[in-house]
Design a protein around this ligand. Structure first.
Ligand code: NAG
Ligand code: NAG
Ligand code: NAG
Length: 440
């Protein structure tokens, strides 16, 4: 994505149905206790990272600074800040007011290898709805706000921007109560006050902005722009880039990019990347082939910031072929969400529709649209590099009993938000994770 994004801990958006049906938490855990035998290690830049498996089943996004707490009985508590992205808008654009919710949670990690029922697994991550803050005014008929004088040099002057800003895709909670968030159609980064007022707007480099064929900025979602966000040529080649460099995303067997839904800062030059297909509950097919939190390093990658590649006329990968002058980031596979053994431990499954129908009340299918990552320290003095990796799915407001803009709707299916919590070993992440959570 945008260089500036990498300066923050960017979290994708968690979606909650308008009726506030809280996530039926799908859990899945890799035996943490059996870490030595079940753990999966990868090496990146000479550092070994370990996926110790699912520790919990739940659904968070950003952990609110100052709330993460280890209890003496082995459970953990805190407050999650989650952000629905756009409302129930399958037919057309709707007048949806962007918002964020707070949820209190009690996490009780499950480290045994025996399979839990789904109902028991849900108890390992108990959520309680707490609060909502509304941001922005909803749909603006003029669609675009004119640039303010000084934009580009004065951080408080807004550039030309999509006023609707409702397709929220990133969230970072600051210790002072302000929030960084991003939108999909700019794609810009915004700073909001604790009570939901816009303070600052950061516009990405020209190469990423949605320009039409005449060179006009146009944030419409109905038509792909000629260059920038979602433009076909760059999608096929680089999908999201890391801003300063280019990240080579995994490809499916048919050569499609497993697009990234979230990038999360780990340590200097190292990031977690949520890359996935569209299959799973609420998605296009049942059998999930790729749903991962992977790792990449930009240590040896070419820094393209401030070069000709900032311009839409010089794409990093014309026709899908990366420019020979660019060394991409080093990318390694890390946590597989759809690991059958781990899913079974938390009463979930991946797979065919028939199995799903037969067992849906007890073993739900893993959701399709995982969109967020967050880290918190385990606090185990014998494993100081161990963290809980929280991840949550977006349900697109799919509910048979939804209410949108005051009007009841039936989306034809119920897709609850799902939350998973893995235990992972991430050398070098401690200082940043603690700082982000206000623990030091
Ligand atoms: C970067 O290059 C150095 C020297 O070749 C190598 O030792 C290191 O592992 C590389 N790091 C990554 C993340 O690829
Ligand atoms: C620990 O205490 C909290 C708060 O009373 C409770 O919610 C949680 O279930 C307890 N955990 C265990 C493992 O008993
Ligand atoms: C943006 O593109 C859409 C779809 O092509 C078009 O209807 C709309 O008029 C354009 N808006 C502007 C401000 O150019």
């Amino acid at each position: 994505m945008v260089p500036s994004l990498l300066a923050f801990h960017v979290f994708a958006i968690l979606q909650i149905s308008t009726a506030f049906r809280l996530p039926t938490v799908p859990a899945k855990a890799t035996p943490v206790r059996a870490a030595s035998s079940a753990a999966v290690s990868v090496s990146l830049g000479g550092v070994t990272y370990v996926n110790q498996g699912l520790a919990e089943l739940g659904a968070p996004l950003q952990l609110k600074p100052g709330t993460w707490q280890a209890l003496s009985n082995g459970s953990f508590t805190g407050t999650l800040v989650v952000q629905p992205d756009r409302g129930f808008n399958v037919i057309s654009t709707i007048d949806y007011q962007a918002r964020r919710h707070e949820l209190d949670f009690v996490l009780t990690p499950y480290y045994d290898s025996a399979d839990l029922t789904f109902a028991a697994a849900q108890k390992t991550f108990a959520l309680t709805y707490k609060d909502t803050v509304l941001e922005t005014s909803g749909l603006d008929p003029s669609a675009i706000r004119a640039a303010m004088s000084g934009a580009g040099t004065n951080p408080l002057a807004d550039p030309q921007m999509p006023i609707a800003m409702s397709m929220r895709e990133g969230l970072v909670a600051n210790a002072d109560g302000t929030y960084w968030t991003s939108d999909e159609y700019g794609p810009y980064i915004y700073l909001f006050s604790a009570d939901g007022h816009l303070i600052q707007t950061i516009q990405p480099p020209q190469a990423i902005l949605p320009f039409d064929s005449k060179g006009n900025l146009n944030f419409t979602a109905n038509v792909d722009p000629a260059t920038g966000r979602g433009a076909k040529p760059s999608q096929a080649s680089q999908s999201p880039s890391s801003g300063n460099g280019v990240v080579p995303l995994p490809l499916s067997s048919s050569g499609k990019v497993e697009a990234t839904s979230e990038i999360h800062f780990v340590s200097e030059g190292v990031f977690l990347c949520l890359a996935r297909d569209g299959n799973g509950h609420g998605g296009s097919g049942d059998k999930i082939k790729y749903k991962h939190a992977d790792l990449f390093s930009i240590a040896n990658a070419t820094d393209i910031h401030g070069t000709a590649f900032d311009s839409p006329s010089t794409p990093v990968a014309p026709k899908g072929k990366l420019s020979k002058t660019i060394t991409p980031a080093t990318y390694v596979s890390f946590v597989d969400y759809a690991d059958a053994t781990q899913l079974a431990r938390f009463g979930l499954h991946n797979g065919a529709l028939l199995i799903f129908i037969a067992t849906q009340t007890t073993t739900p299918l893993l959701d399709a649209k995982w969109e967020s990552l967050a880290l918190a320290p385990v606090g185990d003095s014998s494993a100081p590099d161990d963290f809980f990796l929280f991840t949550a799915s977006d349900n697109d407001f799919l509910s048979t009993q939804g209410v949108s803009l005051g009007v009841p709707y039936n989306a034809g299916e119920d897709v609850d938000n799902q939350f998973l919590v893995f235990r992972v070993t991430l050398p070098g992440a401690s200082a940043n994770v603690k700082k982000a959570l206000g623990l030091c």
